[in-house]
Ligand binder design. Structure first.
Ligand code: SAH
Length: 220
């Protein structure tokens, strides 16, 4: 686990501090998470035309009709993981910009992340490498099929909205593993569940909107 902030502190800027103060007011209380979000250069994860809005309380375009989630949503999902999951191995479905991946990489030993848009996959992979993140494995593919090598995960986080959870993603989760996922039933929300035998214990839900979880891959 890497809890040091070396190499990150130089990026802190006033807009990031303001973003973190807002997160605090909205119920995010995990200090290491808040410190990390204050130091990660979020403006480097959005399209350059929107970089002035990178620290605002809004989702933003990242290309290919996809969006980076707003800071509060990223913080909520991560705070659930930090509260309930063993911080060993996590699978993320929907790499997108790689911003959530970057945060996961700080707290988990190993991050596996899958993206179905090839250009986004390549961009996030290069971006993370250039930031010196070396505990992430990026994959171009349909995340609904799970990770190709059947590795057991301590947590699964899906960052696109579905009506039901793909079977492959529940099967790779260890007993007592944590699932974070947006669902559109009965209304758009993000939820956190623990796998308890063949049952799911709900640990929390919050209203949230996401782009849809889609089938197949896109090469361009
Ligand atoms: N966590 C991302 C959020 C990106 S939005 C971030 O921090 O930027 C959700 C992403 O999920 C999009 O990039 C979309 O292309 C991807 N996605 C949707 N369905 C998918 C699937 N079946 N497999 C892999 N990625 C998928």
């Amino acid at each position: 686990m890497n809890h040091t902030l070396n190499g990150l502190v130089t990026h802190t800027e006033p807009k990031a501090s303001k973003m973190v103060n807002q997160l605090r007011e909205q119920g995010i209380s995990h200090e290491a998470l808040l410190t990390l979000m204050a130091t990660i250069p979020r403006h480097e994860f959005v399209e350059s035309a929107f970089s002035h809005l990178a620290y605002s309380a809004t989702s933003l375009p990242i290309g290919r009709n996809q969006t980076i989630s707003q800071p509060l949503t990223v913080a909520r999902m991560t705070q659930w993981l930090l509260s309930y999951a063993r911080l060993g191995r996590v699978l993320e479905v929907g790499t997108g910009s790689g911003y959530q991946t970057r945060i996961l990489a700080h707290f988990f030993n190993k991050v596996h992340t899958i993206e179905r848009h090839r250009p986004l996959y390549l961009q996030a992979k290069n971006r993370l490498a250039s930031m010196g993140v070396n505990n992430v494995e990026c994959l171009f593919g349909d995340g609904q099929a799970g990770w190709p090598q059947k590795i057991e995960m301590d947590a699964v986080i899906i960052t696109a909205m579905a009506s039901k959870i793909p079977l492959a993603l529940t099967e790779c989760l260890k007993p007592q593993g944590i699932l974070i996922m947006p669902i559109d039933q009965p209304s758009p929300q993000i939820g956190c569940w623990r796998k308890e035998g063949d049952r799911w214990k709900c640990l929390g839900t919050e209203p949230a909107n996401f782009v849809p979880l889609l089938e197949g891959i896109e090469h361009a």
